[in-house]
Ligand binder design. Sequence first.
Ligand code: 13P
Ligand code: ZN
Length: 264
Amino acid sequence: MGCIEEVTEILDLLYKHGWDERNGGNLSYILTEEEVKSVCDPTKVIKEFKYDDFDLSLAVGRYFIITGTGKYFKNCLKDPRNNLGIMKVSDAHTLQLLWGYEDGGRPTSEAPTHLQCHIERLKVDPSHRLVIHCHTTNIICMTHILPLDSDKFTEILWKMQTESIVVFPEGVAVLPWILCGGTEIGRQTAAKMSEYRSVIWAQHGIFCTGRSLDEVFGLIETIEKAAEIYMKICDKKIVQSISNENLIEIAEAFKIDYRHGIID
Ligand code: 13P
Ligand code: ZN
């Protein structure tokens, strides 16, 4: 399967889960030069997009496929050329469009967050490739009813189901409500990405990162599933649950290097 098919299949699945209503959510994925060559000529630049507020020098030379602003995940599978763009970072402040956005579109309004997160994750994981933002319903619910504390969210999500601590042992970071679509929310999100692959935006959604489409999709599914369980039981009488000792037992059995200071 080619990179366009792989990406649009995941966008379609995210839409079908109900996490990307209307134009909600965005995706950016690092492509190899070979992948780009299988779609277009990487030397033919269609147009340029400027980002003067932040520094892309650590990403110069990299290729990305990025969803367009205002575009619907619902439409990407059947119409990738209008909804997605392939770009090269040509200097510290410029993205060159090589393919896509055929109806005159431009990169997602969250490109400042995506690009700053890629740079931060590449510093800690050279195999990192992908950032997905989506509007996961139950995670958003949790940010309406709980204090916005990363350790508290992590503890709750770990204790909702046995697999949570295995899938996101580093936990989740939570940011307060901040105006979206700008460089500042991107800066604060990227700062968390030095320690976490997942950052929750209060009353908005989640940013998840990783090495592959499967890994990041699985991360979103698992976090959102834990949040769904929490929202289904949070106003019920709990008679038993996963204890700190149970979580430590899981971590030891699966040799999981989990974030310390939360359950121990
Ligand atoms: P875009 O349409 O610009 O990608 O924005 C959608 C979104 O989810 C904003 O946070
Ligand atoms: Zn959003």
